[in-house]
Write a new protein. Structure first.
Length: 506
């Protein structure tokens, strides 16, 4: 049974069990020694799947994350209204895949499908140019939906407890929408889309702080302090790829329009990341920073601490800037961060502690976020932040050391040294390779399995999709108590399977 997860922290749609089913399907078809489906068979399957999504699943050209098999229920990161479409890998990702299909086939149907997604995003664009997590075509019902549905989760999802009315960089919502519109304009060459693209790029410029960093949301708001914590949305934010993806979009905009404003903003964004690097011994990065440039607490499950994920993202963007400029100052911060990766590998092995998400500034102790089973004064599930691994919970028991390094530092160091040794010509070639990366041609069994799994409607139906259900009880030892499995159509599955078929054509 396939299980697809829309994770509330990392927004990852696929679980290991989902990948397991894909592999099982491939194995079944591989055992049958399936022949390579012909081009016409692949094109037919692609069109059938696309038509179903456009005609039956889309709302005004946009998409959510999951729709129930009977099309009666819809979910984004939280349960969606019938009038809503979602970003965060929803509408803009489907639009990107439709453009991929158009470029692979020349079939204008896919360009028109991408246009519908682009028009939906333009409709929901904030007047200043950014986007919220979702677009609602009937906004009069939003206040009641926030009260009855979005704010009814005991743990996490605090961004849905309060509607600011501004736009967000969280989960690269605004940057992904801007990137898709920029690509659609570049492919279609239609003047009507130039203005929404320009507005989106202008939003990246006006929302940038003088030091080069970005807040999580803009225009700036400070009104939602809760659970004893300040409103974190104005903090300098790296969490969930916010700064990294803003910089990448600005670089793409510079390449498209040759406008120095975009290059300058991207450069300042990277300079901000360099200035936020931690001290010796913890020369890495946190998810967000306060006005004092120190790691800051955000939501109730996000203490101040250094993290691996955002640190690796910063390394990636530093490498991109070095490849573009050859300036060694973009390489200089990397070895110090790799030294911290070595340190946490060494200390976790020595102390045998389970892998945390955060490391405490100063002490470098692992910092765990644990549900307590209690409620805060505001009525939500209460967390505690601890450095004692025995207080963690994995399947009702204390979490255990995994026995493996937290980070593969050897591979990262080798890649860094290889990048540093590139000639100017090799740097340019590597940049081109990064920009044109495509998945390798899928094998026969995978393509045959994807085609065979389409139902008569043209839908890829998935069992066990994990979706959020509000109002669940507060239980200290149940980590997934606010999610339930459903059978339905997953946008993530659609885009993954379409990418497989597109790759088979190339």
């Amino acid at each position: 049974m396939m299980s697809v997860v829309s994770n509330g922290n990392d927004r990852v749609h696929w679980s290991l069990s989902a990948l397991g089913l894909v592999l099982m399907t491939i194995a079944l078809f591989g055992n049958a020694k399936a022949s390579q489906p012909g081009r016409e068979e692949i094109l037919k399957a692609m069109k059938q799947a696309a038509v179903f999504m456009v005609d039956k699943v889309a709302v005004h050209g946009g998409y959510v994350w999951v729709v129930s098999d009977d099309l009666s229920q819809r979910w984004g990161e939280v349960p969606a209204r019938p009038s809503q479409i979602w970003l965060q890998g929803g509408t803009e990702r489907v639009g990107e895949v439709m453009l991929d299909a158009y470029e692979a086939t020349g079939d204008r149907y896919y360009l028109e499908a991408a246009r519908k997604a682009a028009d939906a995003l333009v409709f929901g664009q904030h007047p200043l140019g950014g986007w919220h997590y979702f677009i609602d075509f009937d906004p009069r019902g939003l206040p009641q939906w926030y009260e009855d549905v979005a704010s009814r989760f005991p743990y996490g999802l605090e961004e849905y407890r309060h509607y600011y009315g501004n736009a967000t960089f969280d989960d690269h919502v605004t940057s992904d929408a801007a990137q898709f519109l920029l690509r659609f304009y570049s492919v279609s060459h239609e003047a009507a889309y130039r203005e929404p693209v320009a507005r989106a790029l202008h939003f990246l410029l006006i929302s940038q702080y003088p030091n080069g960093a970005w807040p999580q949301r803009y225009p700036l708001r400070y009104e939602y302090a809760h659970d004893g914590l300040p409103d974190y949305t104005s903090f300098f934010t790296l969490n969930d790829g916010a700064a990294e993806h803003n910089i990448k979009v600005l670089l793409q905009a510079f390449d498209t329009f040759a406008d120095e404003r975009y290059w300058e903003a991207a450069r300042r964004g990277v300079d901000a990341l360099i200035s936020l690097q931690g001290p010796v011994g913890q020369a890495c990065w946190a998810e967000q920073y306060g006005p004092d440039m120190r790691p800051a607490t955000a939501r109730t499950h996000e203490p101040a601490g250094y993290v691996v994920r955002e640190s690796r993202s910063v390394i990636d963007i530093l490498h991109v800037m070095y490849l573009r400029t050859g300036d060694p100052r973009y390489l200089a911060p990397v070895p110090r961060c790799l030294d911290w990766f070595d340190r946490i590998n060494r200390e976790s092995a020595s102390e045998r502690y389970p892998t945390p998400r955060y490391w405490e500034p100063g002490t470098n102790r692992p910092l765990y976020v644990v549900r307590t089973g209690e409620r805060t004064s505001e009525g939500y599930g209460k967390y505690k932040w601890v450095t004692d691994p025995s207080q963690t919970r994995c399947e009702g028991k204390p979490c255990r050391w995994g026995g493996k390094p937290i980070v593969d530092v050897k591979a990262l160091r080798a890649d860094h040294e290889a990048i540093a040794a590139l000639s100017p010509k090799q740097r340019a070639e590597r940049l081109v390779a990064l920009d044109t990366h495509r998945r390798s041609r899928p094998d026969v069994a995978e393509v045959a399995g994807v085609i065979a799994s389409l139902d008569a409607r043209g839908a890829w139906v998935t069992d066990g999709i994990s979706v959020p259900r509000p109002g669940m009880s507060i239980q200290a030892d149940v980590q997934a108590d606010d999610r339930v499995p459903v059978r339905g159509i997953s946008t993530a599955v659609f885009t993954t399977h379409m990418t497989t078929l597109i790759s088979a054509l190339r």
